[in-house]
Design a protein around this ligand. Structure first.
Ligand code: FE2
Ligand code: FE2
Length: 403
């Protein structure tokens, strides 16, 4: 016999199922959360949403402290159905663990994420571990393969070192760009480990390229500016490593009218940074760019080198790290590298060039078939290239601190 409580249970099950379905549908309209712009006393939590009108963040220090709820105002990403939400948390303690979750939804209904944790960076001491990924060229599967050889303790931050999107297209509201972003965030656990972005030459191509900046937060970045005024260059103190990241722009000397002013803008910024003495006490000073300034073949950024070399020679850099070449390279400091190139210009005239470069610091380029683990203490800096095929170490260098 059907009793009243059987009916009540059926109603409960139907309600719970439809609520779960609604929550799942709402969660599909979100990408993230993910962490950006880390510092020893600050962190940005980001979220991307579609058809979501409200979003808020609840956070607290893991050991003690009251939970705070922070609303945010979303900013529409031009030409897409997506909105970006940023919560900049400041006044944090160094090397301290914080917990957060985000809530979002169309007005009225709301989905709450799970609770995530992150740890702020050390100042100039301690240990720092990072995983660096170069030239993924939109291959989410390659990143998943790399990640199968990555343990959670191997890294506290990931770097997307350029050409991670292959000519980002704006077709269908740039859906492929956002699908790749979702995959990278999930694969690298960017909700708990910051995912730092450097722009590669292929991210200067494709209809969506000027709007890629809306997906990230960097210290100088203005996504509303034109693609050559957005300022992707930055410095980052991560424990004992002071990183200096520069944006070489397009390959070779393409479109100099656009890219040379951008390199000069960065040169002026670099001059100010170096004059300020930032990172001078740091045990390690590492230069990052997607395209190396030096190489033993044509895959180097000659115009950037000419623009920044004088300043960088005085910057006491210990190591430069780059991609773009797609092969493993290691250039020795103080050695001459001579390169010849020839190409036909637009008028069909053969142009031949020959030039010699002398890197003032070692220059490392990661192959496309592997990724790099960086492990730094105040005394040693270790880099390893891990093979995608079997997780073995293909290349390793360990440096002893000089300062
Ligand atoms: Fe590439
Ligand atoms: Fe490249």
């Amino acid at each position: 016999m059907l009793r009243w409580y059987h009916l009540f249970l059926c109603v409960l099950v139907v309600c719970a199922t439809s609520l779960r379905a609604e929550n799942k549908e709402t969660s599909l309209r979100a990408i993230g959360p993910y962490l950006q712009n880390p510092k020893h006393d600050a962190m940005t939590v980001c979220l991307l949403t579609r058809e979501i009108e409200t979003a808020s963040l609840r956070w607290k220090r893991v050991n003690g402290g009251d939970a705070l709820v922070v609303p945010a105002t979303g900013r529409s990403i031009p030409g897409t159905a997506w909105t970006t939400w940023h919560w900049r948390l400041t006044g944090l303690e160094p090397r301290t663990e914080y917990a957060y979750r985000v809530a979002y939804g169309p007005s009225g209904a709301s989905v709450e994420s799970q609770t995530y944790r992150f740890r702020t960076l050390d100042r100039e001491e301690g240990v720092f571990k990072a995983a660096l990924f170069f030239d993924l060229h939109s291959s989410t599967n390659r990143l998943k393969k790399f990640a199968s050889h990555l343990e959670p303790d191997d890294y506290e931050m990931s770097f997307l070192m350029g050409d991670c999107w292959d000519n980002p297209s704006d077709i269908n509201g740039a859906q492929l760009v956002f699908d790749i972003m979702r995959s990278y965030i999930d694969t690298l656990n960017a909700a708990e480990k910051p995912m730092v972005y450097l722009r590669g030459n292929h991210e200067f191509r494709g209809g969506f390229c000027p709007r890629m900046a809306w997906l990230f937060d960097l210290p100088n970045l203005d996504p509303a500016a034109s693609r050559c005024e957005q300022e992707h260059q930055f410095t980052l103190q991560a424990g004992p490593v002071w990183f200096l990241a520069m944006d070489c722009g397009e390959d070779g000397d393409r479109q100099p009218e656009l890219f040379q002013p951008y390199r000069e803008l960065q040169r002026d910024w670099l001059s100010e940074v170096l004059a300020s003495g930032e990172g001078e006490q740091s045990p390690w000073r590492v230069y990052l760019s997607h395209i190396a300034l030096y190489n033993e073949n044509i895959w180097n950024s000659e115009p950037s080198r000419k623009c920044w070399e004088e300043l960088l020679r005085g910057a006491d850099i210990d190591l430069a790290m780059a991609g773009h070449d797609h092969e493993l390279r290691y250039l020795t400091a103080g050695k001459d590298y001579t390169v010849c190139s020839s190409y036909k210009n637009a008028e069909g005239v053969l142009i031949e060039n020959k030039w010699t470069m002398t890197p003032p610091y070692p220059v490392f380029m990661c192959p496309q078939s592997g990724f790099t683990l960086l492990n730094a203490t105040p005394d040693t800096l270790d880099i390893r290239v891990i093979n995608a095929s079997d997780g073995s170490i293909r290349f390793q260098r360990t440096y002893q601190a000089k300062r």
